[in-house]
Design a protein around this ligand. Structure first.
Ligand code: ATP
Ligand code: MG
Length: 273
């Protein structure tokens, strides 16, 4: 498990919604983006699940998310079309009604004033949020998101369009999550090993993973195991300060690098982030 996986780390659960994801038309970049962001914030992402545009399926995923994690993030299905039913699913999971949210309606109105000033039924639908939800401003598109706090848990529902989802997460959700995020710094470092098959590098990777503290070491084969092996090794470390996290990460990489060189490999180190 990743380093933020300290036992005490707050947990997160990601629900991506959309038939287009399940049929393989759209690549689920939202899940990857959120997984990384939440991890770097110090959350332990315990599960990601993709469900169709179906109220029952969404509700069941959100319910499970609430059982397993402190924070549930959904993406997709907030728009004006008939198949955008995510907030209905969230409402059902919470046993709440979907109600017209005044503030959300203002946001939708303002968005369309710049366009044609017309408020159709489909546009008003985007302002229907679970009872008690706080609307999240969409800095890019029309559909507001929704944030529900319930029994110490948080559900954030974001749009599907990656640009809208990312902007809303950074501007509206992160500030809320930072309040419950652990006081840790997380750094990522990496190196590339050429000329050593992953299977021979494996014991050194295992040793590096035990340097202590909260560190996650993972090798990624990029070339072919036989022939011209190239292995990328990534280290994610978390500690109370950035300096400490850097120390742990660099020590882990040093172990892998030494092991690789002892096997005749060529090692290229990357900068830490
Ligand atoms: P809209 O207001 O545009 O309808 P929405 O919140 O209803 O937004 P969806 O209809 O579910 O979102 O998705 C809109 C588009 O965003 C999809 O056509 C797809 O290209 C993209 N998208 C949706 N989910 C994801 C995802 N998980 N990863 C990457 N792209 C996605
Ligand atoms: Mg849509």
């Amino acid at each position: 498990l990743p380093p933020s996986a300290g036992e005490g780390s707050p947990t997160a659960y990601v629900v991506t919604v959309g038939n287009e994801l399940l049929i393989g038309r759209t690549v689920n970049t939202n899940a990857a983006w959120l997984g990384r962001r939440l991890t770097l914030l110090g959350f332990r992402v315990v599960r990601m699940i993709t469900v169709p545009d179906d109220v029952g399926e969404i509700a069941s995923a959100v319910r499970e998310g609430l059982e397993r994690a402190r924070v549930v993030v959904t993406t997709g299905g907030l728009g004006p079309t008939y198949d955008d039913v995510t907030l209905q699913g969230v409402a059902e999971a919470l046993g709440r009604r979907l109600v017209l949210n005044r503030e959300a309606l203002e946001m939708v109105k303002r968005f369309y004033e710049r366009l044609d000033g017309v408020l159709t039924e489909e546009r008003v639908k985007m302002a229907m949020l679970p009872e008690g939800a706080k609307p999240l401003r969409n800095p890019v598109g029309a559909a507001p998101g929704a944030l529900v706090e319930c029994g110490g848990r948080i559900i954030a529902s974001l749009p599907g369009v990656p640009r809208e989802m990312e902007a809303m997460f950074l501007e509206e959700v992160e500030p809320v999550l930072r309040r419950i995020a652990p006081p840790v710094s997380i750094v990522e470092c990496g190196l590339t090993v050429k000329g050593v098959p992953e299977s021979l590098l494996a014991p050194h990777v295992k040793r590096a993973a035990r340097v202590g503290g909260s560190v996650y070491v993972k090798s990624h084969p990029r070339g072919s195991e036989a022939g011209a092996p190239v292995v990328e090794v990534k280290v994610l470390a978390s500690a109370p300060s950035r300096a400490e996290a850097l120390n742990v990460a660099r020590e882990a990489l040093r172990i892998v690098g030494e092991g690789a060189r002892s096997l005749g490999g060529e090692v290229v180190e990357e900068d830490c982030s």
